[in-house]
Structure formats: C-alpha cells, structure tokens
Design a protein around this ligand. Structure first.
Ligand SMILES: [Zn+2]
Length: 544
C-alpha cells in the first residue's frame, strides 16, 4: 500500500512539473508541429525585448510543445523585461539610463485569485478605494496574485506595508522582488508596470499575439507563433520564436529565393529548406535552429507571398532523402553550366548525393559572368597573404580541372625562383581567389591584353593564333561587332592574368537559377530535385 502511494505521488509530480523542453521531444516532426527558432540569444541576450501586437497578447508558458494560456493582456506595445531595476525612455529599456524608473521590489497581496480577471476586479476595488500608484496582476507559477508599488530595497517596501494594507481589504501584503524566473511587462506607450509572469518549474514563459491571424513584432520583423523567453547564464533574456514548421519555412523561403519566382522553383527550394532544417536540428542548445546565416536566415512573415505560401503548403511534410535519411540539401545561386560534386568542392565523402551534373537550364541572360584582370604585383600580394613563400609571382595558371564538369580544382602560382604554390579543392580556390572569381567555373588567361577602341575586349571570347604569335597585331587586326568595325590595340605587356568565368556560389547541389529555368520550361519541382540531387527520394515526414 505504501509503495502504491509513492507511485501515485511520483505520477502526480510528473504531471505537475512541465516536461523539460526540447530534450524529451519526440523525434517525429511535421509541418504542423512546433519548432523553436533562436532570434536573439547568447551574446544577443538582453535585459528586455520590445514587442508590438495589434490586439495585445495571450500570456502563458510552454509545457513541452503545448502553449498554456493563463490570461490576456490588452496593451499593444510593451517590453518583456528581466525582473530588475528598469529605466524606460521612449522605446528603450535600460538598467541605468534616464527616463521612468521601475524598481524591482513590490508588495504582494497574499491571496490566490481565480484568474487574471479576478485579480483585475480586486485591483479595480483598490483603485476605487482611493489607492494611487502602481498596481498590477502577476501570474506566478500557477497562481494569480496582485502586486503593488515598486521599491529599491525590501526595507523600503516593508516600511510602506502598513500604508498599503489600508487598501487591501483585509488581505496581508508581503515583500517580493528581484526574482530570477519573473518576466516584468512594461507598457511602452505610457510607461507603467502592467504584469509579471513566472512559469511553473520546467516550463518557459511565453506570449502569443491575441486575436485571429495577428503577429508579434520585434525590431522590424513580424512573427507567427509565440515568443518564448529563456535565460542566458548571465540572467539576461533570450528571445525564441516558437512557430509551426510550415510557418518557419514560409519565413525562410523568400530570403533564399525571390518570392516572385515560378512556383515549381519555390517548391523545390521549400524542400531544400525543410530538409536543411531537419538535418541540422540540435546545432544549438535551448532551441532547434537560429535565424541567422549560421543556420538558415529567417525573418518571419514580412516577405511571405501567395506563391511562398502555396510552395510550402503544396509540399507539406516533404523532404529530400538519401538512403532513408534526410539530406543537407545544398544549393547556390548559379552554376554557369555545370554543377560540381561535394567531394571536389569540400573534400571527404560529404554529400554523395551532390554529384556534378550538367546545368543547361539557367537562362543565359541571368548567368553571372565575371572577368578580372590582375598583374604580377597583385598576385604577389595575394601569394604573400596566403603565406605561399614563393616571392615575386611570375605565373599563375589552372593546374587541374574537375572531370567531367571542367570546373577549377587547382590553381598554381609560380614564383621568380621557380618555386610553386598550389591551391587545391574547388571551394578553397573560390574562397582564396574570391577577389577575382565568383564560382569555381573559370579560366585564367595570361599574356598581353588586347584593347578595342572603347575598352578591353572580354577575354576568353576571342582568340587569335598565328605562327608569329601576337607581336605584330596592333594596327592590323579589327573586329566587327554590332557597333561596327573596331581596331584592336595592344595593352600593357608586363604580364597580366585575367580570371574569366561564370556562375555564382559553391556549385554544390541545386542551382537556383537552374531551378528557375527548369520551372519556366515546365518541369515540376520533383524533376528539379531529381535533376540536381543524385539517387535521392522525396518522402513525407510520416513515411520516414
Ligand atoms: Zn545557427
């Protein structure tokens, strides 16, 4: 019998405590399920976060993925703050600035109210009795209380207790303040304390926008879902947006691909974004994914278009898989003609499903072309910056192309004494020569540039080979183009190198301009995915 009571007690405790956040969550995700996006955390943790919601807020907390509403707040423009001394000046809440100061100690009426409305009825009666000063409801770990005034020390609060008791209709008051788990809510339109909120143990205080279809604004962006306020180890607040997976993808998509692009291209991008999210869960602790380029850029609802909505909803729960696992679905802007294998770009055995594939779909008008001419002095500075140790550079050439894509795998710099320095790996080359190239798809033309009357000719698009070389070409060679006949003249012959090529980005996975081209030519998002990713399957999350 005794054991049984213990068991019941154990279950009761389990029911009372909220389950501990992300660690215990089921592994299964869906578009309708919730994910947590870190908006401002760690070094971005703050004393307070401003928020705007058209019809006010639902106050509450998260018990696992469930939002438990405890009351409604009608104030629209507020700051959610740490429970400490707060100076409010215009839109700014600071610890020590000028403005209206709210001190952290209060007197609390020792009575459990049935809800926020009961607490507010009590507040009305206190005000009717002639009380003038700060008085506000507070939800504290399961009960609604009323708190009065603000003091800089517990002693000042205590000294004022008798004066306040005269208004509290027989209820006692006790001194409270500076609580680690309390969120203080300040109205920013007319600075005043409007509520305090502390979640039950193991749960996180949170708010949602009240009213159908309303969003929460923080900074310049609007968000669906809820704001959760977790704690940084310093005690400052982290801001986490808890949002449905579908709404999250809608807030990512238009920052990766223009929301006005063809629907099938957006759908392919939606699969990449969903797959990327789910294959990158757990890079952070306290939330699932961050909103910066470290994970995937996400700025809420602002750029959502009808096409973006459709792209997400018509691909509900769909992800790209390889050998039964969700892939890190890489993508980039433009290949310039041929994508590259992840192996050649990043080395190792990463992403075998990203093989090099021909990319004839990019609209020629939208392909990025680049051409940069540099001299030996510039290459010498670069070599020195790269720590090549080869002295003055006298030559620079592509020493290895990939097969079959013919992207650049290695570039060699040659020093005066014949010493060489070779940069290997497509991404290494692209990054180390990033002042000259935008993709690993280029050639290096060395020698003497030829100029037409109105400027240097684009290298790589014109080649003249004669038995005599190019020594006597000036004043004797002409080109005919749409502008008429132009005479060629020789440029400075001190040894220049022209990096000429096309494409933009690392060239691994899906080319976004290619996806756009395929969509414009009538291909479906499934055909787009299967073109750029090799041996993959499109599956829904419940099939996994
Ligand atoms: Zn991140």
């Amino acid at each position: 019998m005794k054991r049984r009571i213990h068991k019941l007690l154990f279950f009761f405790i389990l029911l009372t405590l909220c389950s501990f956040s992300t660690g215990l969550r089921a592994a299964a995700y869906s578009d309708e399920g919730m994910i947590r996006v870190g908006l401002s955390y760690s070094r971005g943790a703050q004393l307070s976060f401003n928020a705007l919601a058209e019809e006010g807020y639902e106050l509450g907390y998260f018990d696992g993925d469930t939002f438990v509403k405890v009351g409604r707040l009608s104030n629209r423009y507020v700051a959610f703050c740490r429970d400490t001394t707060l100076s409010v000046h215009g839109n700014t809440v600071s610890a020590t600035g000028s403005g209206t100061v709210f001190k952290p100690y209060h007197l609390e009426v020792a009575y459990d109210f049935g809800g926020k409305a009961d607490a507010e009825d009590f507040i009305d009666r206190v005000l009717e009795a002639g009380y003038e000063g700060e008085i506000f409801p507070a939800y504290l770990r399961g009960v609604w209380r009323v708190r009065i005034e603000h003091y800089s020390t517990p002693e000042y609060a205590s000294a004022d207790a008798d004066r306040v008791r005269a208004f509290t209709q027989g209820a006692d008051v006790t001194v409270v303040g500076l609580e680690e788990d309390v969120i203080t809510v300040v109205d920013l339109n007319s600075p005043s304390l409007v509520a305090e909120l502390a979640a039950p143990a193991g749960c996180t205080p949170a708010v949602r926008a009240a009213g159908e279809g309303n969003t929460l604004k923080n900074g310049q962006y609007y968000y669906n879902g809820a704001f959760e306020f977790t704690r940084h180890s310093s005690g400052s607040l982290n801001l986490v947006n808890t949002v449905s997976l579908a709404d999250y993808i809608k807030g990512v998509l238009p920052y990766e691909m223009d929301g006005s692009w063809p629907l099938e291209a957006l759908k392919a991008q939606a699969l990449c974004a969903r797959s990327y999210l789910l294959s990158n869960m757990g890079r952070h602790s306290g939330f699932d994914i961050c909103s910066s380029t470290h994970c995937q850029v996400y700025y809420g609802t602002e750029k959502e278009t009808e096409s973006v909505r459709r792209a997400v909803e018509e691909t509900m729960d769909e992800v790209i898989t390889y050998e039964g696992k969700i892939i890190g679905a890489y993508f980039f802007s433009s290949s310039g003609g041929y994508t590259e294998s992840a192996k050649n770009v990043w080395g190792g055995n990463t992403a075998p499903y990203c093989a090099a594939v021909p990319d004839p779909f990019e609209n020629p008008d939208s392909i990025t072309h680049f051409s940069t001419t540099v001299n030996r002095t510039q290459l010498t500075s670069l070599a020195s910056y790269l720590g090549a140790g080869i002295g003055q550079v006298v030559d620079c050439y592509v020493s290895e192309y990939t097969e079959p894509a013919h992207n650049v795998y290695a570039v060699t710099l040659v020093g005066e004494s014949g010493k060489t320095y070779t940069v290997k790996g497509c991404d290494n080359v692209r990054i180390k020569f990033s002042s000259y190239v935008k993709s690993p798809r280029f050639d290096i033309l060395s020698g003497t540039p030829l100029y037409a009357d109105d400027g240097q000719l684009p290298r790589g698009e014109l080649a003249v080979v004669t038995e005599d070389g190019l020594d006597h070409v000036e004043d004797r060679f002409y080109v005919i183009d749409k502008n008429g006949i132009e005479r060629l003249t020789r440029g400075d012959s001190d040894g220049t190198f022209t990096f000429v090529g096309s494409g933009f980005g690392h060239n691994v996975g899906m080319s976004q301009y290619g996806a756009r081209g395929m969509a414009e030519q009538g291909y479906t998002y499934r055909e787009i995915i299967h073109h750029y990713f090799t041996d993959v399957e499109i599956m829904t999350l419940d099939e996994l």
